[in-house]
Design a protein around this ligand. Structure first.
Ligand code: UDX
Ligand code: ADP
Length: 463
């Protein structure tokens, strides 16, 4: 259902959580709604300091175009602060945009989402809010989380009241600003029509009314999990077919083009690769699996679980085939890893396929020379569970593909950064140890040029 909007606007918005979702989303709201004061708060003082850094190239989240949006609004009607309670008290609308990773211990470990940060922030809202406050769930949450949020808020002191809405964010990293400025749809779930109108009025500044969808709370929460599950399922489907193409002599790009021309299937999200990464897909599917099991739907749970299994298999498969083609051993060999972020145009490495592939190769004793234009050495060390070093089973971050290729037996293209699409293959091949390989897990390199330079080439999904 869609409706035209003419509700009052909130005057002050507070967003709890200055991460990949909260930061860009609030920056765009502030940019599009100059009359609303938006304050993004976080307990992490270093993160807030980075959001306030006068040098816009040092914001904690790398997103193309984000620096310009922040540059236009920061200090005008966009503020970043650690004064969480103060900002909540002043706000008439509070977004919960905190992290909800998969639980690592206890009931549901490995599958259920850990809601401790959601619960903690809801308690802070219950304590600090004044008068009537609209509380908006922005983080991706398991179905019926709003019930818990409502229960926590309901236990507050007399004189305070709350409306809880679900407004899941569909932005993808790397294209966040475009996704926020031109969303396919904005979804608002809730049971208080007046509160829904207020939030819809915010988006109506730049989103046309027919794209603002209203549902009940549970449909909204479940739509987000379902959208991510469907998207991830497409990637596992095409990756499974890629492996089959390699075995049979078909080419997955030709297959993708052929099936994508069917308007019922469509051409997007059919790029075979090293498996999906990012903070959402795996977490949300595992959460869906956990919830289906909870409701006794074993077959449904097993169906979705397979999407994640295939993704993990794909990552191990790539590491394995590298070892196999390098005569069964990579011990002491130098391997260049092109890209560590989970996709291009982001500094985020959460669940990046590069992590599992690199860990497998380190386990085999390889020396990895990693190149990534945005990921820090510190982050790679955290992800690989060991600091940079030398010798067997070690890794180093280097500044250029040429430096990574020096003396290497193979290059692995793992992230589709634009700069990896047009490399000088003659110059690169010249500094590698022969026979040398290019393993193109993204299918993005200029294969003909690499072959002309004398490299052996393996390309995802090419038989
Ligand atoms: C995803 C959803 O797209 C977004 O709507 C949701 O809000 C959050 O989760 P994100 O994880 O940021 O966004 O990036 P996305 O572009 O969806 O890519 C996810 C992973 O799938 C990446 O590792 C990407 O490389 C991979 N991918 C994507 C493919 O391997 N092939 C494709 O065709 C598309
Ligand atoms: P996402 O990708 O969903 O934005 P991030 O991990 O990037 O997730 O960001 C979530 C942010 O929420 C983190 O910076 C974290 O410090 C912050 N956060 C978590 N719990 C609270 C809380 N109770 N109060 C304030 N900030 C919080």
């Amino acid at each position: 259902m869609t409706t035209a909007v003419s509700a009052p606007l909130p005057q002050r918005i507070c967003c709890i959580g200055a991460g990949y979702v909260g930061g860009p989303t609030m920056a765009v709201i502030a940019d599009r709604c100059p009359a609303i004061t938006v304050t993004v708060v976080d307990l992490n003082a270093a993160r807030i300091a980075a959001w306030n850094d006068p040098d816009l190239s040092r914001l904690p989240v790398y997103e193309p175009g984000l620096d310009q949006v922040v540059g236009r609004c920061r200090g005008r009607n966009l503020f970043f602060s650690t004064a969480v309670e103060e900002a909540i008290a002043a706000a008439d609308m509070v977004f919960l945009s905190v992290n909800t990773p998969t639980k690592t211990r206890g009931l549901g470990a490995g599958q259920a989402s850990d809601l401790k940060w959601v619960e903690a922030s809801a308690r802070t809202v219950a304590k600090a809010a004044q008068g009537h406050t609209i509380v908006v769930e922005k983080s991706t949450l398991p179905v019926r989380t709003a019930e818990a949020v409502k229960a926590i808020l309901g236990a507050g002191v007399a004189g305070k009241s709350f409306s809880v809405l679900s407004n899941p964010e569909f932005l993808a990293e790397g294209t966040a600003i475009g996704d926020l400025e031109h969303p396919d749809r904005v979804l608002i779930g809730g049971d208080d029509p007046a509160a829904i109108d207020v939030l819809a009025a915010v988006y109506a500044h730049w989103v046309s009314p027919e794209r603002i969808l209203r549902t009940n709370l549970w449909s909204s929460e479940l739509s987000k999990l379902t959208a991510n599950a469907f998207l991830a399922q497409r990637i596992s489907s095409i990756n499974g077919i890629a492996a089959f193409c390699e075995a049979t002599g078909a080419d997955v790009r030709e297959v993708a083009r052929a099936i994508g021309a069917d308007s019922r299937i469509g051409p997007k999200f059919l790029q075979a690769g090293p498996g999906f990464g990012g903070s959402c897909f795996q977490k949300d599917i595992l959460n869906l699996v956990y919830l289906c099991r909870h409701y006794g739907l074993e077959e449904v749970a097993a169906y979705w679980e397979q999407v994640v299994r295939l993704n993990t298999w794909q990552q191990h498969r790539i590491a394995r085939l590298v070892v196999t083609r390098l005569f069964g051993t990579v011990t002491g060999k130098r391997l260049a890893i092109l890209g560590f972020a989970f996709k291009a145009d982001t500094n985020d490495t959460r669940e990046s396929p590069a992590i599992r592939i690199a860990r497998d190769l380190l386990e085999e004793g390889a020396q990895l020379m990693i190149v990534d234009p945005k990921v820090s050495e510190r982050q790679i060390g955290l992800d690989l569970g060991q600091p940079a070093g030398e010798g067997e089973g070690s890794w180093r971050l280097v500044a250029s593909v040429e430096a990574a290729a020096l003396g290497a037996d193979a290059l692995l293209l793992l992230t589709e950064w634009e700069q990896f699409a047009a490399l000088d293959w003659m110059a690169i091949a010249a500094v590698m140890r022969q026979p040398a390989w290019l393993f193109d897990a993204r299918g993005r390199a200029d294969e003909a040029a690499a072959r002309a330079a004398g490299l052996n080439v393996w390309r995802i999904g090419q038989g």
